[in-house]
Design a protein around this ligand. Structure first.
Ligand SMILES: NC(=O)c1ccc[n+]([C@@H]2O[C@H](COP(=O)([O-])OP(=O)(O)OC[C@H]3O[C@@H](n4cnc5c(N)ncnc54)[C@H](OP(=O)(O)O)[C@@H]3O)[C@@H](O)[C@H]2O)c1
Length: 361
C-alpha cells in the first residue's frame, strides 16, 4: 500500500472475558510432553511459514505441521474485552483487519468465511477502509456482517484525499452503502492529509450528531497530531488512534501510548505480524518467541498478539483471510503472559530507547 507521505489509556484495565465454548484446558501432565520435540515442531512450523512464503512450499505440508502442534496447545475458549478508551464500550482486544482481502472469487469467499468464524469466536472488532481494494474490502465486510450488524464494532476510514468537510460526509455515505449498514461504530481519518484537520473533524462531528457514526478517531497520528485533532473537535471527544505496532516496531510505547492512556483514547495497533514479516524462527529473537510459546502451550502468533495487548487501552487487529488463521489468532487473548515472559520478549525485541518517528505502512 503506497500511501502518499503524510505532511511533513485510559481507565484502568477493565478486562472482561467472554467464554465462547467449552473449556478444554490442558491437564498439567501435558506440560511435560512439551519437551525439545515440541520446540522443534514450533521452530520447523515457523520456519516453514517463512520458507513457504518465499519458496512456494505447499499448504498440505504446512497443515501437517500445524496439526503436529495442535495437541498440546491450549484452547481458544475465551476472548478478552476491555473498555475502548473513554467510550466505555467493551471491545475485544483482538479484532480483525481487512486490508487485501479482495482477490479471486474463491479467496474472497474464504476471507468472508474467516471474518464470520472470527465473529463466532468473539473477534467482533472489524477494521476496514474505503481505500482497501477501492471499496471491495468494505463490500466483503458487508457480506460477512450481513444479519449480524449488532454483534460488531465496525470501523472504517476516510482517505485523506477525500477528507474535506463535504468529501468526508460523502465518503462516509459511500462506505455505509458498501457495508450495508446505517452507521459505523468508529470512523477514522486514515492519515493526515492536506485538507485542514478542522474541516475533517467538523464533518466527523456532524456524522456523529446525525447518527451515521458513533465515535470519531484518527490513524497514523503522533502525539502532536493527536493533540491537534483533539483541539479541532468542538463538541465531541476523540475516541481512538490506529497506529503501526508490532514486535519490531514498538516506538509508540515511549510517548504515544502513555499520552493516549492519560487522555483515555484507545490505541489500536495495526499489522501485529509486521504485515507478514514475522521474525524468522531460526533467528535469535525467533528462538525466544518459540520458547515462550512452548512454555505457554500457545503458538508464536498467539504469544505476539498477547504481548501486543498487554498494556491497558491497547487493541490489535490482525488480518487473516483463512479461517484456521482466525481461529489461531483468537487464542492470542484470554490468558496472560507472565511478567517473566514479558521481560524475556522485551529484551529480545526491545522498544527504542529514544524517540523515533511514528512508523507507518
Ligand atoms: N490504519 C492504517 O494505516 C493501517 C495500515 C495497515 C494495516 N491496517 C489494518 O490492520 C490490519 C492488519 O494489518 P496487516 O493486514 O498489514 O498485516 P498483519 O495482520 O500483520 O499480517 C497479515 C498477514 O498475516 C497472515 N496471518 C494472519 N494470521 C495468521 C496465522 N494465524 N497464521 C499464519 N498466517 C497468518 C495473513 O495471512 P492470510 O491472509 O493468508 O490469513 C496475512 O498474510 C489490516 O488488515 C488493516 O485492517 C491499518
Amino acid at each position: 500500500m503506497a500511501k502518499s507521505q503524510p505532511p511533513a489509556a485510559p481507565r484502568g484495565p477493565s478486562k472482561k472475558c467472554r467464554r465462547i465454548g467449552p473449556s478444554r484446558s490442558a491437564a498439567p501432565s501435558q506440560e511435560t510432553a512439551l519437551q525439545s520435540e515440541s520446540l522443534r515442531k514450533y521452530l520447523s512450523r515457523g520456519l516453514f511459514y517463512t520458507l513457504g512464503r518465499c519458496g512456494g512450499l505447499g499448504t498440505r505440508a504446512e497443515n501437517r505441521l500445524a496439526q503436529n502442534v495442535q495437541g498440546p496447545l491450549r484452547d481458544n475458549g475465551v476472548v478478552t474485552q476491555r473498555a475502548f478508551g473513554w467510550t466505555g464500550v467493551d471491545v475485544p482486544v483482538i479484532g480483525q483487519g481487512t486490508w487485501m482481502i479482495e482477490g479471486s472469487r474463491e479467496s474472497e469467499r474464504r476471507a468472508v468465511e474467516a471474518l464470520r468464524v472470527g465473529m463466532d469466536l468473539g473477534l467482533t472488532h472489524i477494521d476496514t477502509a474505503e481505500m482497501y481494494g477501492n471499496g471491495r474490502a468494505e463490500e466483503l465486510t458487508g457480506e460477512a456482517i450481513a444479519g449480524r450488524r449488532d454483534e460488531v464494532f465496525l470501523v472504517s476510514k476516510v482517505l485523506p484525499s477525500n477528507a474535506s468537510y463535504d468529501g468526508t460526509l460523502r465518503a462516509c455515505e459511500r462506505s455505509l452503502a458498501r457495508l450495508g449498514t446505517d452507521h459505523l461504530d468508529l470512523y477514522l481519518l486514515h492519515w493526515a492529509g492536506s485538507y485542514p484537520l478542522g474541516d475533517t473533524m467538523r464533518a466527523m462531528e456532524r456524522l456523529a450528531d446525525e447518527g451515521q457514526i458513533r465515535f470519531a478517531g484518527v490513524s497514523n497520528f503522533d502525539v502532536r497530531q493527536v493533540e491537534a485533532a483533539q483541539a479541532a473537535l468542538r463538541h465531541r471527544r476523540l475516541a481512538a488512534n490506529q497506529v503501526l505496532y508490532h514486535l519490531r516496531g514498538r516506538g509508540i510505547e515511549r510517548k504515544l501510548i502513555p499520552y493516549c492512556r492519560e487522555q483515555q483514547i484507545a490505541v489500536v495497533g495495526y499489522s501485529p505480524f509486521g504485515h507478514e514479516a514475522l521474525p524468522r524462527l531460526d533467528s535469535a529473537g525467533g528462538r525466544v518467541l518459540a520458547e515462550v510459546a512452548q512454555r505457554n502451550r500457545r503458538t508464536v502468533r498467539q504469544v505476539i498478539l498477547n504481548f501486543l495487548t498487554r498494556l491497558p487501552g491497547v487493541f490489535t487487529i490482525p488480518k487473516a483471510s483463512q479461517a484456521e488463521h482466525t481461529r489461531e489468532n483468537a487464542g492470542g487473548s484470554g490468558w496472560t503472559l507472565s511478567a517473566e515472559d514479558v521481560g524475556v520478549l522485551d529484551r529480545a525485541f526491545p522498544a527504542p530507547n529514544r524517540d523515533v518517528p511514528l512508523g507507518m505502512l
